[in-house]
Design a protein around this ligand. Sequence first.
Ligand SMILES: [Fe+2]
Length: 345
Amino acid sequence: MIFRQFFHAESCTYTYLLAGRTGGEALLIDPVLDCVERYLQLIEELDLKLVKAVDTHVHADHITGLGELRNRTRCITVMGRESPADVVSMRVRDGETIDIEGVNLDVIHTPGHTACSYSYRLPDRVFTGDTLFIRGTGRTDFETGSSRDSYDSIFNKLLKLSDETLVYPGHDYKGDTVSTIGEERAFNPRLQVKSAEEYCDIMDNLNLPDPKMMDVAVPANMVIGMAQSATGDESWSMTVAEANRRMAEPDFVLVDLRESGERERYGVIPGSIHAPYKQLDQLIAPGGALREMAASTARRLVYYCAYGERSALAVQASLEAGLTGVCHLVGGMDAWTAGGGPIDG
Ligand SMILES: [Fe+2]
């Protein structure tokens, strides 16, 4: 496995790059906007393809690199389902996995610092975001923080992992880079408490100033989605109402870009075909299945995904590849479901 830890000095944020092999797929955890060039340079040097950019939560101290990375690489943006961010490509919840070639992250919901805080685990290590730090814990006194939730997340989820599990936090203000669950259980001063009440008492009386960047970062990090219908070209988009009305017509075909797990969990639009977003480049290249289908049947391709971000990117990629007449379902399966559209499965 390829593993790199980046440091953003202004916010003391750690960002992690993971990949299964040189030349393979990569993902980033908690990328910072200021450092996007550095990530992309290393990704190119290692001959990797960035396919997912993941945030552990909505950050208050730096602006996320998710939107910029998506714009530059068409990668899939991922956050927890509780995230108040406007649009991310994929939302995950406790017990699911985030998968790329050769790397499967277990998703653990660890609210407390914020309600949308998640930790991501590999067999030998856990990325704890701002839930658990090295000899500290993430503050719980602003936004959707809760000291009681933080206690439950740390004591009943993270400290249940084996002692040898490596802990890679979202920040460190002293320069420490890695710890273990066993070390934190034994030596983290915030965890030497006898009860949840004692922990909450510490956390609720820290009296910390607001993060310097909070007034800028939080609003910026809530609006990271790609503009889905403001592309200046109405022919790009199809609303749920229109798709619902026309789905029985023979002149277009709905193309589901989601992963198999998302299809199983949330169902599919009847009659749609499956073309995973990760394989889109091959499918729309000359000789690719989607390109052939569009050419041979003159049917219009209508892409859809979970929230409309992957599908908007797919329209861009298709137009660049020379396919015409493609469009996408605005708001994706989420809007389709809310609009009462029929669902299989
Ligand atoms: Fe944070």
